[in-house]
Design a protein. Structure first.
Length: 476
């Protein structure tokens, strides 16, 4: 009883058994009382009508018991029902039942008899008792004389005990049908219980395997709708864990790759400084500048990892404050303008002077915009151009960062926002941890906006930030 399968089987069998017993009782009662008895009464009525027509040819039977008994004896062996003749006063003239011999000449005490003698109507009367042999069907049929007066009554009586065999056959057939239905119901309950238990067992084993660290494939989604939904949720969890495992491995690989270069450069600079390079001012300064660059690279990697770790833990909170977009853009883009000009790029930044004041986290949103502009500058060759255009459209501020760099292929456009994804060689994203665009997108989404991309290989890229003006951003 502890298993779900056993409980399902028992509950199903109990329900089928209860319904079978109820239906069987009702069906047998209806067949016996409403079908067989009614048909029996109809048959007796027809026989009584036939005997009435025959009795019209023997008018002497209604005045003398001897002819009456002879009339009954004539049909005694041909009828299963008991035949009785009554005169116009309701007295018993003759009967096919030997037990009625002592009642000959007496008035039959039947309530419906006086109605027949007075009005000449056929009466079908069914008497019931606890004893099946005493349960009878009575048919009283009046016989009229030449003056249309009742000269006698023909009574046909059928003891139900005489049709018990018919009842037994009906009961046997009904019970057989119900038993077959019960067996089919039990078999169906077994099949349903097993088919319901199998996917649950598979899911349970898979959960134990997953908790043990085994790699699993998605389970087949079959069974009832609720179990399919549960398996679908489990398969989603498996895919999520698989993605996290892949991301973890990729993170470690990226860390090893990204840390090896600056650490190697720092080790080389340290070796040179300790072996005489510190004595030459120009060489020392050059090595120290290189050290600063590599330390900045390491700090950028640490910052990206810290921010991404905050997002995973759900600790990315926005410090919203009223910010005038025009002033904020001037502050955020000023360092990047100098960086573009030092690289020999044409720089253009334009926006209306009357940009509204919105609720944003200026530092977080500045980080996202800086990542987009920094990528545009980094991957645009000298002589190219980088532009930042801002306008208002459909209740949102639209910030477009466009470059004439190497562009992005269609295959990479579908993946560049994935964590730890880095493009192939000679593409726009061969370096870094693969977190910059992921963090930028999440920060923009946290402000209620969205980040869009349009790019073509060798023809540049355009990242568009759509920031709603009337959105009250919530902590992400």
């Amino acid at each position: 009883m502890d298993s779900l399968q056993n409980r399902l089987i028992l509950s199903h069998i109990f329900l089928v058994l209860l319904i079978t017993l109820l239906i069987g009782t009702i069906l047998i009662y209806v067949l016996e009382k409403q079908v067989i008895l009614v048909n029996l009464s109809i048959q007796l009525s027809r026989q009584a009508g036939l005997l009435t027509e025959i009795a019209n040819d023997y008018p002497s039977i209604w005045g003398d018991p001897a002819p009456a008994q002879a009339f009954i004896n004539r049909f005694r062996g041909r009828m299963t029902a008991q035949l009785m003749l009554l005169n116009a006063q309701g007295e018993i003239l003759a009967s096919s039942d030997p037990n009625d011999t002592g009642q000959l000449g007496q008035i039959l005490p039947e309530p419906g008899l006086q109605t027949i003698l007075a009005g000449g109507e056929d009466v079908v009367q069914v008497n019931y008792s606890q004893d099946l042999r005493a349960e009878i069907v009575d048919i009283f049929t009046p016989v009229f004389g030449p003056d249309h007066q009742v000269v006698g009554v023909i009574r046909l009586t059928h003891l139900l005990a005489t049709v018990s065999e018919r009842f037994s056959r009906v009961r046997a057939i009904v019970l057989q049908v119900l038993a077959a239905g019960l067996l089919i119901g039990i078999a169906a309950g077994l099949v349903l219980a097993v088919t319901m238990k199998q996917p649950i067992d598979r899911l349970t084993r898979a959960i134990h395997q997953l908790s043990g660290g085994e790699q699993l494939d998605p389970l087949p989604e079959n069974g009832p709708a609720e179990i399919r939904l549960l398996i679908k949720a489990f398969n989603g969890l498996v895919e999520r864990l698989r993605s996290l495992t892949t991301a973890r491995r990729q993170l470690l690989a990226n860390l090893v790759h990204e840390l090896s270069q600056p650490l190697g450069a720092l080790a080389a600079a340290n070796y040179a400084l300790r072996h005489g390079a510190a004595d030459e001012v120009s060489l020392r300064n050059e090595l120290l500048r290189g050290v600063d660059i590599e330390l900045h690279t390491l700090q950028r990697l640490v910052d990206d990892l810290a921010r991404f770790y905050d997002e995973i833990l759900g600790a990315l909170e926005l410090e919203l404050k009223p910010t005038r977009l025009s002033d904020w853009l001037s502050t955020v883009l000023a360092p990047w303008r100098e960086s573009a000009q030092r690289k020999g790029l044409a720089w253009q930044a334009s926006w209306p002077d009357d940009l509204p004041t919105v609720q944003i986290d200026p530092d977080r949103l500045g980080q996202a915009l800086g990542n987009l502009v920094g990528n545009a500058i980094k991957y645009t060759p000298a002589g190219g151009a980088v532009s930042v255009e801002v306008d208002l459209q459909d209740g949102a501020a639209r910030i477009r960062v466009t470059d004439t760099g190497i562009g992005i292929t269609l295959e990479e456009q579908a993946r560049i926002f994935e964590p730890f994804y880095r493009g192939q060689a000679k593409t726009q994203f061969p370096q870094g941890m693969g977190l910059g665009l992921t963090i930028a997108r999440d920060l923009i989404v946290a402000h209620g906006g969205r980040l869009e991309l349009e790019a073509q290989p060798e023809r540049g890229s355009c990242f568009t930030v759509r920031l709603p003006l009337n959105h009250s951003a919530q902590p992400a």
